[in-house]
Structure formats: C-alpha cells, structure tokens
Ligand binder design. Structure first.
Ligand code: DAH
Length: 345
C-alpha cells in the first residue's frame, strides 16, 4: 500500500508539473484528488488494513495529497502568469482589426427643437438668456404682475421650497417668464432675448400634464414695439419649426404680464379636414403672447412711456410632441432608451 501511494505521488506530481494549460491542470486535479479520483479510491482501502498498518498509511496518504496539491498550485501560478504575460505582450492581438465603435447618443427631442429655435433667433439678433430653476417668488410672480392672491401661487400648483426666515420665498419656477425680468433688469432696453428651460408644476400627471416640462420664453423691448412685431416673430418661429408657413389666428388670452394678451393658433400642419392631433378642429393652439404689461416694465426699471415690448411663451415639450407625433408628454422625461433611440441625431 505504501509503495502504491509513493507511485501515486510521483505520477501525480509529474502530471501536475507537465500540465500544458489551466484546463489540463484541472483534469489532473479531478483525476487524482477528486471525489472519485485515484488517491480517494486508494484511501477507501485503508479500512481493510490492520490497526498497526493504518497510521503510517494514513500519514503517507496525507503527505501525498499535500504534495500533489502543492504541485498543482505551483503549476497554476506559472500558467496564470504566462497567460497574463502573453496577454500583455499582445501575442494573439491583431492591432489592425477595427475596434468596436462606442454607442453614439443623440439630442433629446426637446433639446433638438430648442437648438433649432436658438439658431433661428440668434440669426434675428436675439440673445439666449438663462435663469435658475429655483426662482424667487418676486421674479416668478410679483414682478410679472401676478397678484398675490392669484391661484397659480397656490401650493396646489407651485412647488415651493421650505421657507427660511429672513430669506425671500423660493419656488421651482413655474414658467420661463421670470427670465424676462432677469434679462430686462440686467441688460435694460433695447433687448431681444429667448430663454429656453425647464419648468415645474405640481400637476396630476396624465398624457398632457407633467410636473417637469420645457418652455421657451421670448421677449423684445424697444421703442415702438407692437403686435405686428410679435406676429412677425411668431410666424418666423412657426416656419422654422414646421418648415413652412402656416395660416394663423389670434384669440384674446389673459395673462397678467401682458396687455393685450393673445393665444396664437395655427392651422393643423398634419391634416386638412381634422385629425387626432387637432382634435378634429383643424387648428392647434401654439403659443400665448402679448404686449408686455406696463407694470412689468416698471418692475424692471423700464419707463413704459418710452418703451414697449412683446413676449411669448412657447411650450418646447409640446412643439417636440407635435413635430414627431409623440402622444404622451410623460415619455419626454422618462429616460426610456427605447423611446429616445427613435430620435437619431
Ligand atoms: N408664462 C405663461 C405660462 O407658462 C406663458 C406665457 C404667456 C408667456 C404669455 C408669455 C406670455 O411670455 O406673453 O403659462
């Protein structure tokens, strides 16, 4: 029995030392030390030995096991080092093969519309203005002539930040209109700006209402600015978005920061006789606007006896939805790649 053990030791160690790769090494391990391996099989016979013989055989069997395990571990180390070295030295690497191209992203539909409109308005001499998404109550409401009891200020509609004593009240801006105030206070008239950005409302969400969406504000203040100037800007905008002029109509609309105030509708660009988009009316509501209220000019230190202006508010999310036939506004902020990948750059 001892002699057979010694044979196993010699052969097992030799096989381990000559294993050519990690796979072969694994097979040696299983064949010698595995549950039905050769050493295990031999050890089963120990029971048949006499009590005197058993301790010596048991001890030797353990030594054999340790010796073979050691040889396996040493060989594994050598093989692993070798594999690493050959990886690093580039053996088997063909540097002339083309790499795998990284996935390329694309502009979000809202961003695509915003960029296109920014270019258009830049070409007409407008500035692109920006404002923070956290805004003071004063700029979001007061300076825009929105009375303090106006329902829009209600916590039902506006997301307010926690009050801090001695600090002005802050909210998440509910529209891009406060950028009118910022731009006018900063630059003074004459001024032409557009301000795209994210706005927030406390909304019960559905296919047309979302707590976060995008608008673009437009503001022109100069001497002698009137409704025809506003209409010209709006028509240019429509042609930029839809690629052709659309028939329009003006309806009266009420917004505290404009007087007179309007709603501009355009002929549905998708049909002649009524469709799902225009709800069978052949008109789509495109954007509100009007002449800047004298109180807004005053709040921005502009003399309404000298200057006048127009403003409009464009729903960028809505325009993007119209343009690509997107039927639910909740897709816009969903981050859903299946949705976004339908808008390649
Ligand atoms: N701020 C308004 C809103 O979010 C939209 C708006 C209306 C903007 C009339 C304007 C305007 O500049 O003149 O509902």
């Amino acid at each position: 029995m001892l002699a057979r053990l010694e044979e196993l030791r010699a052969e097992g160690v030799a096989r381990a030392e000559s294993a050519e790769d990690l796979g072969a090494l694994e097979r040696v391990e299983v064949e010698w030390l595995g549950r039905s391996g050769r050493l295990t099989a031999l050890l089963r016979e120990v029971g048949k030995l006499s009590a005197e013989e058993r301790p010596a055989v048991g001890r030797t069997a353990n030594e054999v096991k340790t010796a073979i395990s050691g040889a396996l571990a040493a060989r594994r180390e050598v093989l692993e080092q070798g594999a690493l070295a050959s990886d690093l030295s580039g053996a088997g690497l063909d540097p002339t093969l083309p790499g795998s191209p990284p996935p390329v992203g694309a502009a979000h539909p809202v961003l695509a519309v915003a960029r296109q409109l920014e270019d258009l308005f830049l070409s007409m001499g407008f500035l692109i203005a920006d404002g923070p998404e956290v805004e003071t109550e004063e700029r979001n409401f007061d300076a825009l002539n929105i009375p303090s009891d106006h329902p829009a200020r209600d916590a039902q509609d506006t997301i307010w930040l926690q009050d801090e004593p001695g600090r002005p009240r802050l909210c998440l801006r509910t529209h891009t209109s406060p950028v009118q105030v910022r731009a006018l206070r900063e630059h003074g008239p004459p001024l032409r700006v557009v301000a795209p950005g994210r706005v927030f409302r406390q909304e019960a969400q559905d296919a047309t209402h979302e707590h976060t969406f995008h608008q673009m504000e437009g503001l022109v203040v100069d001497r002698g600015v009137g409704v025809p100037h506003m209409l010209h800007a709006m028509h240019t905008l429509i042609e930029g978005v839809f690629g052709r002029p659309l028939e329009t109509r003006l309806r009266p609309g009420f917004f505290p920061f404009v007087e007179p105030g309007f709603e501009l509708d355009a002929r549905c660009p998708f049909c002649k006789t009524g469709c799902r988009v225009c709800k069978q009316s052949t008109w789509i509501e495109l954007m509100p606007g009007g002449l800047v209220h004298p109180n807004v000019l005053r709040a921005c230190d502009v003399d309404p006896e000298i200057y006048s202006g127009f403003a409009f508010g464009l729903g960028l999310s809505r325009i993007a939805m119209l343009r690509w036939g997107i039927d639910d506004i909740r897709w816009m902020m969903s981050g859903d790649l299946g949705f976004l990948e339908q808008f390649p750059a």
